[in-house]
Design a protein around this ligand. Structure first.
Ligand code: NAP
Length: 481
């Protein structure tokens, strides 16, 4: 993995340089070294890719359901066959622990299998209208889909978009995040090997406000699916509004983890930790606000801080690493800024907050997992998405207060409730304004279930069968008797 990679754009089945000839360097988050150069797609490249994808529409939509299923299953198999290489590439590119990267590559393969299986089971309806004849609906592809991905879970989130888009017969131009384009490019190449025709799936790495904006505003793009920050999501929505593109937005979060006194504390402590520190906290679903019922507040924090201190920070490719590097030094600066802000706002720093001092971490974007106690729900650290390994603990006295604090957020993506009282669990689950929620676990993302946010966390749903509505148009046809 020491060699300097040279990466190109994937347009119409060919790997090509950017029209401008420009390249962007990739920095290894764990060492600070430049280890790859990637062609930087611009407006001209996006236009070429969209034109190619537009021309490929007619033939891809005609591929019958059996053959399309086969092709997506082939792709899933190729991802598994290349699993270790993909995981190592992802781990190094994002700085994430290799164990997490392996899991995500596996999820990407699962995703192609799931949507391969859906292809011949999802169709239209016949409808009993008040006229002599038959009304029926056809489910048709939307057309060229512009997919814009973030850097935190590159291959998994890309698969969430590409698999249902292809399953429904659409063609694709994918713009990965500038910092993490590598597995997206590999996926595009594997798709060709799997039998996806050239031009159906194009990959254009490039700078967001150039390539991403060109994609979101291109007149031949019929649908945009964006995952990233709320701020950029809002800008993308404005671009897409110009010609009424379909749009799905998966945006930021500041999710709450509510622990009531009757919770299973052993489980709740460990899950409270992993539901914020997975991927070093760079997770839209991170339960970064920990709401603890007052009688268990002290004990919970004592046990949690003990677990925080045991975590193994390490180089991403080492098997035993639990917390890898953040995506970049600039992002670590941003997270550290929030840690300083938390101290100034009067929160109690229980543990962490420092850059680890060992030699092996020099040059990399490492940061100790950080636990704040006595956080007031109005503090900025309790309101803004930090997107790093920082957990804010907030005490509460009543169920009503817990719900009010949980809902005191511009976001509404995820969350957890810990209690053995199922009546309370359901009552609170109904009252929390969020798109997904888990009870007595820290995990609420399942391939088979809809995923997405309310409020400023997004628009539309990914995953499950629900996403297929966002990648198809219903056409009504009436046949008179
Ligand atoms: P980001 O800065 O919003 O970027 C997301 C993508 O948009 C990148 O590919 C970026 O390209 C591109 N982009 C930037 N400016 C653009 C523009 N003007 N027009 C079109 N595209 C543009 O987000 P990020 O930092 O990569 O990811 C972190 C954020 O994503 C967090 O807020 C997190 O909560 C959110 N997220 C949400 C979910 C979810 O499912 N709800 C999942 C994962 C992450 P560049 O890389 O070149 O900037």
């Amino acid at each position: 993995m020491g060699s300097h990679l040279q990466e190109l754009l994937l347009i119409g089945g060919d790997l090509v340089p950017a029209a401008s000839g420009l390249q962007a360097d990739l920095v290894d988050p764990a060492t600070g070294e430049i280890w790859a150069a990637v062609a930087a797609g611009g407006v001209e490249d996006i236009d070429r890719a969209v034109q190619v994808a537009d021309q490929a529409r007619a033939s891809w939509r005609k591929v019958n359901s059996h053959d399309r299923t086969r092709i997506l299953l082939n792709l899933a198999n190729l991802i598994r066959a290349q699993g270790e290489a993909l995981a190592q590439l992802e781990s190094r590119n994002v700085g994430k622990p290799i164990r997490e990267a392996r899991e995500e590559v596996g999820l990407a393969a699962d995703c192609f299998e799931y949507y391969a299986g859906a292809i011949n089971k999802i169709g239209g309806q016949t409808i009993p209208v008040a006229a002599a004849g038959i009304s029926m609906t056809l489910r048709e592809p939307v057309g060229v889909c512009g997919l814009i991905a973030p850097w935190n879970f590159p291959i998994a989130i890309t698969a969430w978009k590409v698999a249902p888009a292809l399953a429904m017969g659409n063609t694709i131009v994918l713009k990965p995040a500038s910092q993490t384009p590598l597995t997206a490019l590999r996926l595009g190449e594997l798709a060709l090997q799997a039998g996806v025709p050239a031009g159906v799936f194009n990959v254009i790495p490039g700078v967001g406000n150039v390539a991403g904006a060109a994609l979101a505003s291109h007149p031949l793009v019929r649908k945009v699916s964006f995952t990233g920050s709320t701020e950029i999501g809002s800008a993308v929505m404005k671009l897409a509004a110009e010609d009424i593109k379909r749009i799905t937005l998966e945006l930021g979060g500041k999710s709450a983890n509510l622990v009531f006194v009757d919770a299973d504390l052993d489980k709740a402590v460990l899950k409270a930790l992993w539901s914020v520190l997975g991927n070093a906290g760079q997770d839209c679903c991170a339960r970064s606000r920990l709401l603890l019922e007052r009688p268990l507040y002290e004990e919970f924090l004592y046990r949690l801080s003990h677990e925080f201190k045991k975590l193994k920070i390490g180089l991403p490719l080492q098997e035993e690493t639990e917390i890898g590097a953040l995506i970049s030094l600039a992002h670590r600066d941003r997270v550290q800024h929030y840690i300083e802000l938390g101290k100034q706002e009067g929160a109690t720093l229980v543990c962490g907050g420092m850059i680890p001092s060992q030699d092996e971490f020099r040059g990399g974007a490492f940061l100790q997992p950080t636990l704040f106690a006595d956080v007031d729900p109005n503090m900025k650290i309790a309101q803004e998405e930090i997107f790093g390994p920082v957990l804010c603990a907030i005490p509460f006295d009543t169920e009503e207060e817990a719900i009010a604090i949980a809902n005191q957020s511009l976001y509404g993506l995820s969350g957890s409730i810990w209690t053995r009282d199922m009546g309370r669990a359901l009552r609170v689950a109904r009252a929390i304004e969020t798109g997904v929620l888990s009870i007595n676990t820290g995990h609420s993302v399942h391939l088979e279930a809809p995923f997405g946010g309310v409020k400023r966390s997004g628009l539309g749903r990914e995953l499950g069968l629900a996403v297929l509505d966002h990648y198809s148009e219903l056409k009504s046809i009436f046949i008179a008797e």
